[in-house]
Ligand binder design. Structure first.
Ligand code: FAD
Ligand code: FES
Length: 250
């Protein structure tokens, strides 16, 4: 884990209201794996850091994807190239990508860990099938073009008319990210799927217990330490909040 004073390298829009922000963080870029995240702070930002999955890591730069859902995300999107972000990471346990075939299933902002998941799966010699969904075509991440095999929209404006979970094939190593209600649906269909969950977070390093994930076996895990990737059937979906902003746009 590194704490990097990272200059912002740029910003681009990849779907309606959805942006990629790049940061120069070579130590993190060199070792981050799919499903891991960074906890970010910036001058005059919120008291608590804000967690974001690493979207891409190329050369010495990492990227995150976000929408403005509150104070912190709006401020982050207002930063300019050269502005500094305190970047703590990589944090958490990522996806275990092994076997002949990876099925990546993302909804809305759940696109976040998938470019790295595709990278790591290809590196492991896996065939990759990526299913990406959103409410409507304008909210699909355009950068998935070329990598996504199946598109899905709730309103039928592009690809499969329905959810990404319903559109996905059934066999393979299934990796899912999106709003918690989507992950709960995935757990019904694929109990053994790996899901990246969203919780509230504080420290991001296992100390504050602010990221409790309710387990079906009883008790809680820390999403920042034991997660954020879990076996779908291991989570008590009746307790985990269903509407956190990571899922906005899904
Ligand atoms: C491991 C992990 C990875 C994430 N990756 C991404 C990502 O790649 N892209 C992305 O857009 N979002 C991601 N999120 C969610 C993102 O961290 C929150 O949307 C963000 O912290 C909200 O900050 P805010 O200041 O804009 O919101 P606030 O103004 O604080 O609040 C707006 C809304 O966000 C909720 N919220 C506040 N803090 C958090 C938090 N830490 N986690 C969840 N909800 C919160 C509040 O309850 C409220 O509903 C991730 C969350 C986790 C736990
Ligand atoms: S965010 Fe503090 S223990 Fe997980």
């Amino acid at each position: 884990m590194f704490l990097v004073d990272a200059p912002v390298t740029g910003r681009r829009e990849v779907a309606r209201g959805m942006f990629i922000v790049g940061m120069h963080a070579p130590e993190i870029a060199a070792i981050v794996r799919a499903g891991q995240f960074v906890n970010l702070a910036w001058p005059r930002g919120p008291l608590l850091r804000r967690p974001f999955s690493v979207y891409r890591a190329e050369g010495e730069t990492i990227e995150v994807v976000l929408k403005a859902v509150g104070v912190g995300t709006a401020q982050l999107l207002g930063l300019r190239p050269g502005d500094r972000v305190s970047c703590l990471g990589p944090l958490g346990h990522g996806f275990d990508l092994s076997g002949p075939h990876a099925i990546l299933v993302s909804g809305g902002l759940g696109v976040a860990p998938m470019p790295l998941a595709a990278r790591d799966a290809h590196a492991a010699g896996m065939k990759v099938t990526w299913v990406h969904g959103a409410r409507t075509a304008a909210e699909l991440c355009t950068e998935a073009e070329g990598e996504v095999v199946v598109w899905a929209t709730d309103d039928g404006s592009r690809g499969f008319h329905g959810t990404a979970v319903a559109a996905a094939p059934t066999s393979g190593a299934i990796v899912v990210c999106g709003p918690n209600r989507m992950l709960a649906a995935a757990a019904e269909r694929w109990p053994d799927a790996q899901v990246a969950v969203e919780t509230y977070m504080g420290c991001g390093t296992g100390v504050c217990l602010g990221c409790a994930v309710p387990l079906r076996a009883g008790g809680y895990d820390r999403a920042c330490k034991e997660g954020p990737v879990y076996r779908a059937a291991d989570i008590d979906w009746t307790v985990l909040p269903a509407h956190l902003p990571y899922g906005v746009g899904a």
